[in-house]
Design a protein around this ligand. Structure first.
Ligand SMILES: [Zn+2]
Length: 168
């Protein structure tokens, strides 16, 4: 899945989860930033990904050691990320909702890649790939339609946060 689709999936998931939780609605925009960041993190194993292009010094070694869609796309990575975020939230470095948003983005990434033909090695180090019964190729028409639909739905859901334009 492409980076933009991952961000759309992560943000849509967090918007849905957030609607069920208490808390000031004004904190949603920064939480969406964290959900988007979490949704990009698993592809730190690919130097050509959105995040990998910015952090090539991290992306290249991970790709060389584990390969793309390796350990960062596993339940192990999901558990390690959860533990790290829980520690950060416990130490007061991150609001609990922000940590949950980040983790939701990360989990959404794995689910999203599981919808693609290549699947994900959820049970790494086993090389067996897990994928949905119906899949689509990364970067194909279905993925573009999914990203556009999610972006439009998010834009509509978040319309209350848009800046008020001074109208004549
Ligand atoms: Zn991925």
């Amino acid at each position: 899945m492409m980076g933009y689709t991952h961000m759309a999936v992560g943000c849509a998931l967090w918007t849905g989860v957030r609607a069920l939780l208490p808390g000031p609605p004004g904190s949603l925009p920064p939480e969406l930033g964290l959900a988007a960041l979490g949704s990009l993190l698993p592809d730190i194993d690919e130097p050509q990904s959105l995040l990998g292009r910015k952090l090539g010094f991290i992306a290249w070694p991970i790709k060389l050691i584990f390969g793309h869609r390796g350990v960062t796309h596993s339940l192990l990575a999901l558990a390690v990320t959860l533990a790290g975020l829980a520690a950060a939230a416990g130490a007061g470095l991150l609001p609990v909702a922000g940590a949950a948003a980040f983790w939701t983005g990360y989990a959404g990434h794995l689910a999203g890649d599981g919808l693609t033909t290549s699947g994900v090695p959820l049970f790494w180090p086993s090389e067996n790939r897990v994928r949905a019964p119906l899949t689509f190729p990364t970067g194909g028409v279905v993925e573009h339609l999914l990203a556009a639909g999610l972006a439009a739905a998010l834009g509509w859901t978040l319309r209350g946060y848009w800046p008020r334009l001074p109208l004549p």
